[in-house]
Write a protein that binds this ligand. Structure first.
Ligand code: SF4
Length: 674
């Protein structure tokens, strides 16, 4: 018998729906879901092949235990008993947990509860540390929340977009389609990127090709131009912001020469772009890792908020300063409290919050101090539990990460494949994928959607929430983790997370889901944030000048190039799924380095020739791709390839507030011949 079962794509956070074609309990194909409000039947190349990795032979099917230096298969009872027994040695600060923006809300909620209730620590973090922790650092003080402010479906209302450090055509293809539609109706698009990406080439009216790491200087230049021309929104500034005068005085003291020198862009082009945005009816800023993955990422985001606040392009549908989180549950994992400084619902770690959760969970002694972040968990804890994350590809300076992971007393990894990180573990648990268990995810625009179980997991693989609950039960916390279904967990989430209170499994049957905040069951959800007030103490947007600081590592005689890293349309994140999907893998089977034709000629390098790229942290031998996508003096390497990980080279210099590494820019050299 053939059935069509609706589901949501497991890749990027556009949240597209499609039907899975299921025959005799096996997925055999996909069909468009035309009525799905987010993608209306369209899917990108990854989405159309999303089920293919499920049936790979190398899926993890049984628990594994390290013995005599090798991983051997074990029964669930043996592996769970061992994990529980060993974990008892590591409570408090000697333990840390790294969760995933790919797990369900229910999985993530259970993980943070496990860290806090069983292990008595706030040492919990997830992959957003490496993509949007600086969003929180930048937007929290200015508007009170780091979430996407408009709705995907309202993007078409905008008449001017600034795509700041986001290559939407490759990384959010179905959002790019909405921008294209708006453009066909007359909207203007400004792309800001050091690379001439497909977005800059095919979608943009203006490309601001700034020097890597000069984002703050560029935004200051744009605001300076707006104020010089008197194009700020005075009524909005008066009614809804504070601190404008300080910014105005600071920008007046900046010289255009300093802006042009830092960015490499002429004042005329900066002015043209700035006035286009300021003069729009609805200006919309979308941004991603191009601006967040810097040691000054928090400053970058804060300055974007300044730009939106002085122009009044915020708090209405189709406007805002919108963070583009890349993972399907990048928003939800944060909402659930997989963050070192937040309990569920972004309730800040501290005495009051701990007391509230002690009452809700019926426990005592919950941790009250902020925990370690991602890199500190790996560097300072003795036992680490990693669920659905792969720092051996995703973290900066991988040689260092490897030695830290190899030296742990206990490393437990839970995943769907034996990833580069799982290979180093003492215990490995096989997990179910997105269609092998039910649950909810929260997509980029705070949209909670439900995904149904469609097929059985392979072998003995289990849902993540079940595995963690079983460990907790063996550690004496069975009564706090006695859930028998994801819906039971979701009911507890509704009590813990005020923003989710009105969302129920029954309400989520509606295609397109519900956007939080949704405070009651008769509330329709909230497509647009900050329509009346910001989430700041006085309800106003807080404007504050931001000073430009150059990248932590600049090119010099020894390392004369900028190296930047990023993503490709055919692959997803650390490649665990897409590199196991033949059609996608065959499109781009190996890593490469992009070199500008003039740099290639100067170094005698030809297209396809193998070269060596070195930074102060290591070197990689790669085929050269000679292209004017990168400007002179800049090299680009995609980061999806575990066998040639770009992050072997990247700089672990951290944003001091957000603890975000500077993935996006470091100094490098190029050696012909490898
Ligand atoms: Fe999946 Fe994103 Fe492609 Fe939509 S745009 S099909 S969510 S990968």
């Amino acid at each position: 018998m053939v059935e069509l079962v609706p589901t949501i794509c497991p890749y990027c956070s556009c949240g597209c729906g499609f039907y899975l074609v299921v025959k005799d309990g096996r997925i055999v194909g996909e069909e468009p879901w035309k009525a799905h409000p987010l993608n209306e039947g369209a899917n990108c190349i990854k989405g159309r092949r999303a089920f293919k990795f499920l049936y790979r032979e190398d899926r993890l099917k049984k628990p594994l235990i390290r013995e005599g230096g090798r991983l051997r298969e074990a029964s669930w009872a043996e592996a769970l008993d061992l994990a529980a027994e060993r974990l008892k040695e590591f409570k408090g600060n000697s333990f840390g947990l790294i969760a995933s923006g790919r797990g369900t809300n229910e999985d993530c909620y259970i993980l943070q509860k496990f860290a806090r209730v069983v292990m008595k620590t706030n040492n919990i973090d997830y992959c957003a540390r490496f993509c949007h922790s600086t969003t929180v650092a930048g937007l929290l003080p200015s508007v009170g929340s780091g979430v996407m402010q408009t709705s995907i479906t309202d993007l078409e209302l905008a008449d001017c977009f600034i795509l700041f450090g986001v290559n939407v055509k490759e990384t959010f293809p179905l959002i790019s389609r909405r921008i294209l539609r708006a453009r066909r109706r007359g909207a203007k698009v400004i792309a800001v990127d050091p690379r001439r990406t497909p977005t800059a080439r095919y979608l943009a009216d203006i490309h601001l090709q700034l020097k890597p790491g000069s984002d703050v200087a560029l935004i200051n230049g744009m605001m300076k131009a707006i104020l010089e021309e008197g194009k700020e929104n005075r009524e909005f500034i008066r009614a809804r912001t504070s601190g404008f005068e300080g910014l105005r005085d600071y920008l007046a003291s900046l010289s255009w020469e300093s802006v042009e020198g830092a960015t490499g862009i002429s004042r005329e082009l900066i002015k043209e772009a700035a006035l286009l945005y300021a003069g729009a009816e609805r200006g919309c800023i979308l941004y991603d890792e191009g601006i967040t993955q810097h040691w000054v990422g928090g400053d970058n985001v804060r300055n974007l908020a300044n730009l939106a606040l002085i122009t009044g392009h915020i708090g209405r549908p189709g406007t805002g300063v919108n963070s583009m989180r890349g993972q399907i549950n990048g928003e939800g994992a944060g909402d659930m409290g997989c963050v070192n400084v937040f309990y569920p619902g972004f309730q800040r770690v501290g005495d009051e919050t701990a007391k509230r959760f002690e009452e809700l969970w019926g426990v005592e002694g919950l941790p009250r101090e902020p925990g370690f972040t991602y890199l500190d968990i790996i560097g300072k804890c003795r036992a680490v539990y990693i669920v659905g994350a792969n720092p051996m590809v995703a973290a900066p300076d991988i040689n260092n990460i490897r030695s830290l992971l190899e030296n742990l007393d206990l490393l437990i990894v839970q995943d769907i494949f034996l990833t580069e990180t799982a290979e180093l573990a003492h215990i490995v648990f096989p997990a179910a994928t997105w269609v092998e268990r039910e649950g909810t995810h929260t997509w980029i625009d705070r949209r909670v959607q439900k995904v149904e179980k469609v097929i059985e997991p392979p072998g003995e693989a289990k849902p993540d929430w079940w595995i963690t609950c079983e460990i907790a039960r063996r550690m004496g916390y069975g009564d706090k983790f006695s859930f028998s279904s994801p819906e039971e967990i979701f009911e507890e989430i509704r009590r813990a997370v005020p923003q989710y209170r009105g969302i129920t499994y029954a309400r989520l049957k509606k295609p397109g889901g519900i956007q939080w905040p949704c405070p009651s069951e008769d509330h329709p959800g909230t497509p647009t944030m900050f329509t009346e007030r910001f989430n700041t103490p006085d309800g106003k947007g807080q404007i504050q000048p931001v000073e430009y600081k150059p990248p932590a590592e600049a090119p010099d005689d020894e390392y004369p190039f900028y190296l930047t890293t990023g993503r490709l349309i055919f692959h997803y994140h650390t490649g665990t799924m897409t590199r196991r999907t033949d059609d996608l893998h065959n499109e781009i089977p190996e890593c490469f380095v992009e070199i500008n034709p003039k740099d290639a000629e100067r170094n005698g390098i030809k297209e396809g020739e193998r070269v060596r790229v070195e930074t102060r942290r290591g070197g990689l031998e790669l085929p050269a791709r000679v292209t004017d996508e990168v400007p002179e003096g800049v090299l680009f390497i995609p980061f999806h390839f575990g066998d040639k990980p770009a992050n072997l080279l990247t700089n672990p210099a951290l944003d001091p507030g957000a603890r975000m590494p500077e993935f996006k820019v470091c100094a490098a050299r190029l050696i012909k011949g490898g």
